[in-house]
Design a protein around this ligand. Sequence first.
Ligand SMILES: [Zn+2]
Length: 63
Amino acid sequence: MRTIRCPECGKRFVGSDNIVMSLMNTLNHKECSNFHPKVILDEGTYKGITDKYSFFKDYRIVN
Ligand SMILES: [Zn+2]
């Protein structure tokens, strides 16, 4: 399983982290994000977002 790091704080996401996804399909922690609200495409937990979008399937948390 691959993981993604938050580009702002550098920490790897865990399943329960609250994250935001931009129009560019980049992920940031919600609390780290400096995205303008207009570029936020979706938000939720890391597990929820990676389960929802097929292009994140290699990054899903499986357990
Ligand atoms: Zn972060």
